[in-house]
Every structure is written in C-alpha cells, then in structure tokens.
Design a protein around this ligand. Sequence first.
Ligand code: ADP
Length: 312
Amino acid sequence: RLVVVGSLNMDLSVTVPRLPAPGETVSGADVIRGAGGKGANQAVAAARLGARVRMVGLLGDDAFGSELRSCLATEGVDDRAVAELPGAASGLALIVVQHDGENTITLSPGANHHLDTATLATLTDGLLAAPTDTVLLQLEVPLPTVLAAARTARAAGALTVLNAAPRPEPGPLLAELLREVDVLVVNETEATGLLGIQHRPGADTGLETWAERAEQLRALGPATVVITLGALGALAAGPLHRHHQPGFPVHAVDTVGAGDAFCAQLSIALGAGVALPQALRRACAAGARAATRVGAQSSLPTRAEVDALLAA
Ligand code: ADP
C-alpha cells in the first residue's frame, strides 16, 4: 500500500491573450477547474497505476473541498484520513495562462497549511504506515509535519520517499528531513536548490555533472537519489546501482503532471521490491505518458498505458 501525506488544491485556470499588468483587467476564455496539489496528484497517479492508495491531508469546509474529496473517491483513493477543517478554505491555485504557455500562478495554501503534527497523528490514529507500506511525501504541507511523517514511517519500517518539491529553502529542518528518508526524488531546479548551487535554466549540464550531484545529495542522507531530467529521462544513484534512463520518445504537449506520475510510479515499483534500474524505466514511461496529455490529474496515465509504452 502507498500512503501519501500532502496537499490537495483546486486549480482554476484561465487562458488569456496576454497576462494582465498590475491594475489591469484582461478577459479570457472559460475557466477550467481541475483537482490538483502535488499530494493529491501523486495519490491519484498511484491509484491509476494500480496501487492501493491512502491519502492523508486537509481540505477546507467549502464547496471545493467536497469536490476534491469526490475526485479522490472516484479514483479509488482511500480518503478516510482526509478531513475538512472547520472555518478553513481549501487550497487553491489561480492560474493565468497566456496563449504561448507563459503563465502566472497565485497559490492560496488554505487548509494545507494547517496540517500540523498533531492533526497528522489524529487523522491517522497514530498509525501512519505498516512495515510493508511506502510513504510518499512532498513539500506543500508544513515542513515539521513532513518531518514527523518521515520519522513515523521509518520507525514503522515503511519505505519513505520524498519528492522535494516545490524547490525548498535550505535550513536545519530540511537537513533533518533528508536524513529521515530512504529515497529522494528531485528535478534539476530542486537538486541544485538543495545543494545551494546556482541553477541557470536551460544550462547545458552534462549527465556526469548530474551523476556527481546525485552523489552529493546522497551524502545528505537518502540512500537513493533520483534526479528527473525532463525529455532526457532520469538518473538514479543508490547503494547498488548508478543508472541513467533516457527519456521515452513521445510527442510531449504539456509536462504538467509528468513529475507526479513519475514519483508515484517510482514509489510503487520500489515499494514492490523492483530493482532501481527497472523502477526508473517504469517511472520514466509514466512521466513520458503524462507529458503527452494536457492537464494535471487529467493527464495521469493508467497502468495499461504505461505497460503499452514499455512494450512499444
Ligand atoms: P518536473 O515536471 O517535476 O520538472 P520533469 O520535467 O523532469 O519533472 O519530468 C519528470 C519525468 O517525466 C522525467 O524524468 C521524464 O521521465 C518524463 N518526461 C518529462 N518530460 C518529458 C518529455 N518531453 N519527453 C519524455 N519524457 C518526459
């Protein structure tokens, strides 16, 4: 079983001819509403990929909250450890997209920011995970809660996976968290952020440099480090394996959701005892498949779709 502790958001997205300047009003297309939040996205991704999934998190007691809960239920995610916080608003992302893809996002974390360690313990009755479980974490809920979840999971004997996204600020709590997780998954920006290196987007960094960075990240605690490289696939460093998996050649239209599908698939495979190179290959297939469709949760592939890409 996979246990995801993390965020749930409603994403409201409007496409406009050009992004409004401060003080300006711009009319756009009809609003597109979609369930989001890295936690919920990864939980739904895992369910579509065939895993038994339990989500732990907080919603507001508003209409978006009920809608987000029914999205989880529809996907077959166990939502018994998801609660509505009285008086709180659900997490919300206001996304404005220019026709060329340039966008601005305003995030209101809402109830997600109220997921403290006491609430985590209450929601899970003090039983976050069993020894055979895998616990998947991201950084859209308070850091002390993520740390508590990692500690509880490890103490229970579960495999702990951290997707250190969005890019975190380095600090003592984060350093502690890295010592409490078994597997760390990061993209290029997050990897350099954790190492305190300047990342120039679009910089032509070679695979050898990424491999060195993966080793530097391993020195911070996680036995296994995976760096995702977009169309170039992903690179993994573990106690037994150093491996680069090239990206699957797909017609990518929107990479939103690719990272979430990747994290879910990697966690499921490693949790099932699949060796790192094979788990990485499956995860890259899941990420690539998600990149071929528009949207966050709407783009997440099923197990059959990943199998088909692997067999192609
Ligand atoms: P993030 O969106 O978190 O920055 P990436 O862009 O690195 O993450 O994507 C996650 C994974 O999804 C990659 O490791 C890769 O396997 C797959 N992926 C993403 N974009 C593409 C693409 N254009 N072609 C093939 N695979 C892709």
